[in-house]
Design a protein around this ligand. Structure first.
Ligand code: HEC
Ligand code: HEC
Length: 156
């Protein structure tokens, strides 16, 4: 009997201590709130930011360097109007052989004609259908956060 009561008192003290710790933790603002401002800027949670400006895509038309050997090359032209859907892939009008010869465009890599079982096909493999999953156009945007990225040749 005595022992059970003692057990209850210990339990109650423990619960009280936990509640107090939690209350104190909730009352202290987390450290990160003080050191950095959020990317969305000083905008209250329920308010919406103004839409960011639409950037003009790079249209240099010259090959952009690769940061490492296996990098999918970046797209040096505008792709806003080229549709890729389940049935249509307008990139292939210029980048598939033999169209690429007429268009003076680089042919998609031979790897793009090999399916996931290693079978060489006469058309682009389905695994490569959505080009912009790997190839991306460029815009002259400021980096969102500072970074010290170095290309594979720079770290050699
Ligand atoms: C009207 C023809 C045309 C269409 C359509 C087209 N491209 Fe291109 N693309 C080119 C040409 C030409 C080049 C070579 C550079 C240049 O002259 O712009 C090129 C270059 C590229 C390169 C760079 C290759 C390298 O080795 O550096 C990539 C990647 C690329 N295009 C991807 C795409 C993707 C993805 C699409 C569809 C969203 C697309 N292109 C649609 C004509 C086209
Ligand atoms: C899963 C990622 C992926 C997808 C999807 C993909 N590519 Fe690539 N592509 C690459 C990589 C990686 C390379 C460079 C290595 C290589 O040649 O395989 C490349 C190379 C290229 C090249 C340069 C070829 C050369 O010989 O210099 C062109 C052009 C290209 N891709 C166009 C396309 C087009 C157009 C599509 C859509 C039909 C497409 N790619 C889909 C990853 C991809």
């Amino acid at each position: 009997m005595m022992q059970r009561d003692a057990g209850r008192t210990v339990n109650a003290t423990l619960v009280l201590a936990l509640v107090l710790t939690l209350a104190q933790w909730l009352a202290t603002p987390p450290a990160f709130a003080q050191v950095s401002s959020p990317m969305r800027g000083a905008i209250a949670i329920p308010d919406a930011n103004a839409a960011s400006p639409v950037m003009k895509q790079n249209t240099d038309r010259t090959q952009l360097g690769r940061a490492y050997r296996q990098q999918p090359p970046l797209i040096p032209h505008n792709i806003e109007k080229y549709q890729i859907s389940l049935k249509v892939n307008q990139c292939m009008a210029c980048h598939d052989w033999p169209n690429n010869v007429r268009e003076g465009a680089p042919k998609i890599s031979e790897t793009h004609y090999i399916d996931r079982d290693g079978v060489a096909l006469d058309h682009v493999a389905r695994t490569r259908w959505f080009c912009n999953q790997c190839h991306v156009p460029q815009v002259a945007a400021q980096p969102l956060v500072e970074n010290q990225f170095k290309s594979a040749t720079e770290v050699k």
